[in-house]
Design a protein around this ligand. Sequence first.
Ligand SMILES: C[S@@+](CC[C@H](N)C(=O)[O-])C[C@H]1O[C@@H](n2cnc3c(N)ncnc32)[C@H](O)[C@@H]1O
Length: 419
Amino acid sequence: MQVGLIQRYLGNKSSISNEIVSAVRSVASPGDLIVDAFSGSLAVSTSLRNAGFEVACNDVNHFSWLYANAFFSGTQAYAPNGLALPAAQRQELWYSLSEELTAPYTTSFPKGARRTDIFDHYCEAGKHSAFLSIRGTSGRRRFFSAENAEKIDRALSKIRFWYRSGKYDLRTRCILTAMLLSAVEKISNTQGTYHDFPRDFIDSRALKPIDITVPPEELFQGIKSRFIGEERDSLEFIPTVPEHKVLYLDPPYNFRQYTSYYFMLNLLSSYAGIEDLDKFFSRIEFVRGQNMDTDFKSSFCSKSSFVPSLKRLIQGSKTEYVILSYFDGRNHWGQFKSAEGDRTGREILEDFFRSELFDQNSLTFTPVLRTNYQSYGGHKAKKIQEYLFMARKSSIVAATANDEDMRWTGTVSTLGRKL
Ligand SMILES: C[S@@+](CC[C@H](N)C(=O)[O-])C[C@H]1O[C@@H](n2cnc3c(N)ncnc32)[C@H](O)[C@@H]1O
C-alpha cells in the first residue's frame, strides 16, 4: 500500500509494483525516462520514481494528473506556494490547512463562494439527489453521509476560492485536493467504484467522519517529471514524449470505462477548474449523476479495437522497450468469443508480441501472482494471475524469429505453451 495515493482502484498494481520495477531495472538505469501510459492510481509510477527513474505519466482520469502534479512535479517536499520553509514549519502549515479545509467557514470567507454541490446532488437529503434509472427504479443518491458531504463541500469551496483568487498556486491546489480525495475514498458509500452505490444498505465506512491527513514527505522525493498528461488519450499523449527507455503499459482489459467508474474522484479533482458549476451540475445524468461531457470511451475497452490501438500506441512512442501487464480478470474482453474465435486475451497478446513490431530475441514473459484488492471485509482474498510481457521495440522489420531463440522466464505449465 502506498500511503497518500488512491487505494481502491480497479487494476491497481501496488501489490506487484516490485516485480514491475525489477523488470524495468533489467533493461534501464536510474535516471532513465520511463513512461507509465495508463497510470491510474500512480502505484507503478511512484514505485518507479522511488527506484530513481524519471517518470512520464498519463491517464484519462483527471485525478491521476492531479496526484502526479501534486507529488511528481518537483524533486522534494513542497510547502504551500513553494515557500522555502524548514521541514517542521512546512508540515505544520500543511497540517493546519488540512484542518481548515473542513472546518466551519470564518466570517471573512465570501458567502458567494460557499457552495453545496456535493450535498445537493450526492447525498440522500440533497435537494437534487433524486434519480430515475433506465429500468424505471427511483431513489436518491447516497454516496456520502450528510455530515461528510457538508465537509467535502466546504473543502472544495475553499480550495476553489483560494486557487481562483490567487491565494494558492496550482501545485498547492493539487496537493490539497489530493489530500481531500484520499480522505473521500475512505468514507464513500460504494463497493469500490462510483458507478453506483448500495441501494439497500450503507457501507459502514461511509458512516465514519471524513479525516483529511497530510501525505508523507517521501511521496514528493524523486526526479522531477517533465511530462505529465492531463486526462489525455494515451494515443495522443505518447507522441509528445521524447525518447525513453521503457514504455510501461497497463491498459484496461475489460468493458468498464474508468471515467464512469471513477467520475466522482474526477469531479472533485477538477472542481476548482470548472468554469460554470451551475451549468455543469444541471447536466448530470444516470443513477450515479455524472456529467457525460466528462466521459471518455477508450478504444482499449473493446476487443476489436484493442490490438490496433496497442499497435498504434507502441508505433507512436520513441521507446526502446515495452513492458505490458496482463491479467485474466472479471468481465475481461479476452473471455468472450468474437469473430476471431474464442482465443483468450493472453493468446492474442502472445501473437501480438510475436509480430514484427518487436525484436524476437528480446521477448520475455513472466507470470506473477497477486491478491485482488477487492478482498475486503468478509470477502476472501483471491489470488489472480498477472503476466508481464517484455520486448525490445524493433527498429527494423524482423519477422524471422523462431521459438528456440526466445528467452523464457515463465514455466510452461502456467502459460500452456512457449511464447
Ligand atoms: C488497469 S488500469 C491501470 C492501473 C494502474 N497501473 C495502477 O496501478 O493504478 C487501466 C487504466 O487505463 C486508463 N485508460 C483507459 N483507456 C485509456 C486511454 N485511451 N488513454 C489513457 N488512459 C486510459 C484507465 O483510466 C485506467 O486508469
